[in-house]
Design a protein around this ligand. Structure first.
Ligand code: CUA
Length: 298
């Protein structure tokens, strides 16, 4: 956050961070210098007479000036984010994953989302269970996601890239495995991505993938997960309509590869103990078909 800000808001936060480090260091050196002087200086009656002046100056006036300076600067930095926003996105925290909705486009996804570069993006933050905290260090500071309360924040990236975020409020045993990725793209690429996301799931191509779709709908999968365009319309777990795009499984718990995905489906608890995903026992044939299907959900 301090060394590599990804946009104008993060730059202001980085400025505040460096100012605090700089002032803190200056105050520290100042105090140590006086400590050393005090240790080696012979007390004289004149010095004792000015003790009150030192107390008022060094103990009250000096900290007051420093703190007022920091407070006014910090208030200015924290106030960024009002005004117009090109994009509105809702992020909801769950134990232990993130749901991301684009309300203007009727798009829902999870654990990673795209934004256009060069424009402020307004995030609306909720939680459905305990307190989480949204934090993408290269883009912005943290804002808590509190049950029953709506918070807002603005992010902006000035160059394309993948910015990794992390839940920053301890929320349970898998708090550490609650990552989120913000993918910043040029506005044209972003619009293309969004229009792909609006489409329902790809029709399965090939007998194995078609069989996999049936497995998905008949096994417990569809009672917790939605794949738009199919009978699967569960709402407890992440929406999987375009699941194959995602980089990770389980909000950063494992890379989204065939092997990890197979392991995740049959025994998610061995990868992410405490997550809500139950073990889903199935035959090797069913699992192969299911994996073929999920890999096609681009
Ligand atoms: Cu969610 Cu920590």
């Amino acid at each position: 956050m301090l060394t590599d800000p990804g946009g104008p808001i993060a730059e202001r936060y980085a400025g505040l961070g460096w100012l605090m480090i700089g002032l803190g260091t200056a105050v520290f050196l100042f105090v140590v210098a006086f400590l050393v002087i005090g240790l080696f200086r012979e007390p004289s009656s004149r010095a004792r007479l000015s003790e009150n002046a030192w107390l008022v100056g060094g103990g009250i006036a000096f900290p007051l000036v420093i703190l007022v300076l920091l407070l006014s600067f910090a208030t200015g930095v924290l106030a960024v984010g009002g005004g117009d926003h090109a994009v509105e996105i809702e992020v909801t925290g769950y134990q232990y994953w993130w749901e991301v909705r684009y309300p203007d486009d009727d798009v829902t996804t999870a654990n990673e989302f795209h934004i256009p570069t060069g424009v402020p993006v307004r995030l609306t933050l909720h939680s459905e269970d305990v307190i989480h905290s949204f934090w993408v260090p290269e883009l912005v500071g943290k804002v808590d996601m509190v049950p029953g309360q709506t918070n807002h924040m603005t992010i902006e990236a000035d160059r394309p890239g993948v910015y990794r975020g992390q839940c920053a409020e301890f929320c349970g045993v898998q708090h550490a495995n609650m990552a989120i990725y913000v993918i910043a793209e040029e506005p044209d690429d972003y619009e293309r991505w969004l229009s792909d996301m609006r489409a329902p799931a790809a029709t399965p191509d090939g007998a194995l993938a078609r069989e996999g779709e049936t497995v998905f709908e008949t096994a417990p999968c569809g009672s917790c997960h939605t794949v738009r365009g199919t009978a699967a319309d569960g709402e407890r777990g992440p929406e999987l309509t375009h699941f194959a795009q995602r980089r990770t499984i389980g909000a950063g718990a494992a890379p989204n590869t065939r092997g990890h995905l197979g392991g995740w489906i049959v025994d998610a608890q061995s990868i992410k103990p405490g997550s809500l995903m139950p073990p889903v026992p199935m035959s090797p044939e069913e699992l192969r078909a299911l994996l073929a299907y999920l890999e096609q959900l681009e």
